[in-house]
Design a protein around this ligand. Structure first.
Ligand code: DQQ
Length: 546
């Protein structure tokens, strides 16, 4: 079965077979209703490639163990000939959810569906409402540039609003808004929620209030909507998926209720130039407000890095990243903190712990006992004493270093140092996740975090691009922390407490299951101290059809 395949993940969500989400897309639409978390996703029921898109559906009580259900929305109307595309679920005024989604006829149309039986906690059957389509593209928007309605929110006057992405002239990405008073008829609003020139089509726009990570709770999460009562200090996240570069960007700001606009706190950190949720593979993400634990959780579509021929041979393609809890970083105020939902910790089994490990220049140290293709590892390094460097030899300037330059094999003064995961005893295959502290000729030091797949697999027909980006390390932080979740073909790194993340897909052929080991390494010329390391083996989660 697929579960016996070495690259099938063991505790990440995947449909039993076929394609989840596409060459274009995905959204995942998560929802909580009557005791169950619901997951809806773009799904091809007949092949492991994009096409024939319908809404797959699964339910869970912990967002980790899932029951597969029949598809929620099928291609059964004149207007969904080319696919039932992305959208969102909202809990309506009567506590019953409704779905807004895009159907494609060659022209993109917004539509609505409601549960056939609101008493069914599994929400197995959905009815497309007779008013469909509820919105057609405005005159200044192309027929195929109008998609992915968001979760709707309630305004103080009682009306409901959703936003939907589009592109207008000058490659200006826009978030259109539609308003309804009866949840049947929707009118285009004059005001845009947000726009930005030069960013291209905005897919899967998401907009939600967010609280600080130090428990400064300022939002009123009465519904999954972004309705607010204490609006003064409330921060909002605006996120969109840029089809032009395949990345999910978010920006923190406020919501001007009167102008009905999102206002970024820092325009220089707006979409396309500021933060990404993830510096690896992570697209078309959607958040969910979880009323049970009062948290926002983000779900993302993680594609394969192998060839389409390999996907067809495996019979499946794409996984969902580990769901992440989101909070605003109270130390910086400008970025989110992302952390695997706490339910993931229940999958931890055997533990190996170490403290105060010295990694000399060139060291590669096996973490004995931390074996397997399914691990959750937390490691904290001492931040090296860069001020002890004195005058830097010009030869050690690292203006060029961008992770891909040599990757883990590069030798610097401070790094690369980090972990080798999914590594066999002969080092034929190794995936390096590491820090590198670069010294620029302008005298500044920057901390980089990189995920290097260049030696991750003996296979040739897989993408081995090295990912990486800068990490903010505050002057008060004398450490570098890293949590890595490894699940056979996915490696997710959460850096500096979740301030930055990188998701990778890798396809080891030798470093598989019991033959996969964990190592600490330091390829730099300065010794590095590991303050602590805790590695856990992760159990296998069986997903069932209901
Ligand atoms: N994929 C969907 C679209 C969406 C895109 C189609 C996101 O609705 O814009 O499968 O990757």
């Amino acid at each position: 079965t697929a579960f016996e395949q070495p690259h099938r993940t063991s505790f990440h969500y995947q449909p039993a077979k076929n394609w989840m989400n596409g060459k274009l897309a995905i959204p995942i639409t998560p929802l909580y209703y009557k005791g169950y978390y619901h997951l809806f996703y773009q799904y091809n029921p007949i092949a492991a490639v994009w096409g024939n898109i319908v809404w797959g559906h699964a339910v869970s009580t912990d967002m980790v163990h899932w029951l597969y259900l029949e598809d929620a929305l099928e291609r059964d109307q004149w207007y969904d000939r080319l696919g039932v595309w992305s959208g969102s679920a909202t809990i309506g005024p009567d506590g019953v959810p409704f779905i807004l989604y895009t159907e494609n006829t060659g022209e993109q149309l917004q539509n609505m569906a409601v549960p056939a039986d609101p008493a069914d906690p599994l929400l197995r059957k959905w009815i497309k409402v007779p008013q469909n389509p509820i919105a057609t593209h405005p005159g200044n928007v192309g027929r195929e540039d109008f998609r992915d309605p968001s979760t709707a929110w309630k305004q103080s006057d009682g009306s409901w609003v959703f936003t939907v992405g589009a592109v207008v002239e000058d490659r200006t990405g826009v978030a259109l808004q539609y308003r309804s008073t009866d949840l049947k008829h929707w009118e285009l609003e004059e005001e845009l929620l947000h726009k930005l020139q030069g960013t291209g089509m905005w897919e899967c726009v998401d907009f939600f209030p967010v609280d600080y990570d130090n428990n400064t709770v300022v939002s009123d999460h009465a519904t999954t909507s972004v309705e607010k009562t204490k609006s003064i200090e409330q921060k909002y996240v605006f996120k969109t998926s840029l089809i032009e570069n395949g990345h999910d960007y978010y920006v923190i700001g406020t919501y001007d209720k009167d102008a009905r606009k999102f206002v970024p706190d820092h325009p220089e950190l707006d979409i396309g130039r500021g933060y990404r949720y993830d510096y690896g593979k992570f697209y078309a993400s959607k958040t969910q407000y979880d009323p049970v634990k009062n948290r926002h959780v983000v779900w993302a579509w993680v594609t394969e890095s192998d060839s389409q021929a390999m996907d067809i041979a495996k019979g499946w393609s794409s996984v969902l990243g580990i769901p992440r809890t989101l909070a605003l970083d109270s130390k910086t105020g400008v970025n989110l903190i992302q952390w695997p939902i706490e339910e993931v910790n229940a999958l931890r089994m055997g533990q190996v712990s170490k403290t105060d490990v010295k990694l000399d220049a060139g060291a590669v140290v096996q973490v004995e006992g931390a074996v397997g293709g399914q691990l959750d590892v937390e490691v904290v390094f001492e931040y090296p004493n860069i001020s002890a460097m004195g005058v830097i030899d010009e030869a050690n300037f690292d203006d060029q270093f961008d992770c891909s330059l040599g990757g883990a094999a590069h030798q610097g003064v401070f790094g690369p140092f980090g972990l080798l995961v999914l590594t066999d005893k002969d080092f034929q295959e190794q995936t390096a996740v590491f820090f590198y502290i670069a010294h620029k000729s302008d005298g500044q030091w920057t901390t980089k975090f990189c995920s290097d797949h260049s030696r991750s697999s003996l296979l040739h027909d897989v993408d081995k691009t090295v990912y990486g980006s800068d990490v903010t390390v505050l002057p008060t932080e004398d450490f570098l922390s890293l949590r890595v979740i490894v699940d056979r073909s996915i490696v997710e790194s959460f850096v500096q407490g979740g301030r930055m993340a990188i998701t990778s897909r890798v396809y080891p052929t030798v470093a598989v299951d019991d033959l996969a080991s964990l190592y600490l390494f330091n390829n730099g010329t300065t010794p590095i101290t590991v303050r602590s390391l805790d590695a856990y083996q992760m159990t296998h989660v069986v997903m069932h059809p209901i």
